[in-house]
Ligand binder design. Structure first.
Ligand code: TRP
Length: 330
């Protein structure tokens, strides 16, 4: 894929972990070298859950610092804060008028909230605010505002991107061609990144390794990875080993082959394998971690980068919004 307009949003609701890094962040940074890429911190999308502005602000800095520290090319990509672009609120309001209510009723996240309420014997809309209900419309505004071609997201967000495409289609049908039709790109199954207990690395399983955990914590977590009870001298199966599966995402081809051999040959205990894994991950992440920490204690530097990004994003947002406004209101 080359010369596409790529866009994705990251919700500032928690601390990214190794699974996010391997499944989403690393590929995103990789492709940003060949495509114009918009990456924004979706703080408006956090509002339906997080009510403390300090928390949103803090998480926003964390995500921004993380992307910069991981080496996002700031010339080729535009890193900004969603709420800095006023046109996105405006476009969301306009898109309401071409979005069928029934489409929102079908959204997975809304349906999940209803199912949970029903199972608990509550009113089906208990605790559901309009931020949650209209979440897909705001997300469509994000995507359509920047003439996006492709949207890399996790499988859980695929429906939202399809909704953005549907909404663009309804709009174009009513008002003439105004929007490009965006397409989701779903990353390879991030389920292959196992967590400490061997299940998919996920906050909801409480088995994650935070991406920028301090060295001592990283080591502790890795030493806690659950293994089978094979003795050091026994041959081991790399393909079912969490240690090996994680290693594969950080090491070079020849290093991977070498560790595979050691697993198969026997004579290496899991403790040794964990130390090898720790050293590898630590060597890959220690540079970015130091830069992350430096940025987090220099937040004005992050502000400057986000402001610069917003300036560039706004140029396109203004143009698109003008086009939409004209189409709808003359
Ligand atoms: N909803 C996405 C998530 O929860 C974040 C997001 C907001 C997004 N706007 C977007 C992703 C636009 C892609 C495109 O992960």
């Amino acid at each position: 894929m080359e010369n596409k307009i790529v866009l994705t949003g990251i919700k500032p609701t928690g601390t990214p972990h190794l699974g996010n890094y391997v499944g989403a962040l690393k590929p995103l940074i990789e492709q940003s070298k060949t495509n114009k890429t918009y990456i924004f911190i979706a703080d408006l999308h956090a509002l339906n859950i997080i009510k403390n502005p300090k928390d949103i602000k803090q998480h926003t800095y964390e995500i921004a610092a993380l992307m910069i520290a991981l080496g996002l090319d700031l010339n080729n990509s535009i890193l900004f804060r969603q709420s800095d672009i006023v046109q996105v609120y405006q476009l969301a309001t306009l898109l309401m008028n071409v979005t069928p209510k029934g489409l929102m009723n079908r959204a997975h996240s809304y349906k999940a909230a209803i199912d949970k309420n029903t199972a608990a014997g509550l009113d089906e809309d208990a605790g559901v605010n309009m931020g949650l209900y209209t979440y897909p419309i705001l997300m469509a505004a994000d995507i359509l505002l920047y003439d996006t071609d492709v949207v890399p997201v996790g499988a859980d967000q695929k429906q939202h991107v399809e909704f953005a495409r549907d909404i663009a289609g309804y709009f174009n049908h009513t008002y003439g061609k105004t929007f490009k039709l965006p397409e989701p790109i779903i990353g390879e199954d991030t389920g292959i990144i196992p967590g400490l207990d061997g299940r998919k690395m996920s906050k909801s399983y409480d088995n994650v390794i935070p991406l920028f955990a301090p060295e001592s914590e990283l080591k502790k977590k890795i030493m806690r990875i659950i293994t089978d009870s094979k003795l050091p001298e026994e041959p081991k199966d790399p393909d079912t080993s969490t240690i090996f599966q994680l290693y594969k995402n950080f090491a070079t081809e020849s290093e991977i082959a070498e560790l595979r051999e050691k697993f198969l040959a026997g004579g290496m205990g899991y403790g040794t394998a964990k130390t090898i894994l720790f050293e590898k991950i630590n060597s890959v992440l220690s540079g970015p971690r130091a830069e992350y920490e430096r940025l987090m204690s220099n937040q004005s530097e992050i502000d400057k980068i986000l402001e610069e990004g917003a300036k560039r994003a706004r140029i396109v947002a203004e143009k698109t919004f003008e086009r939409v406004h004209k189409a709808m209101l003359g």
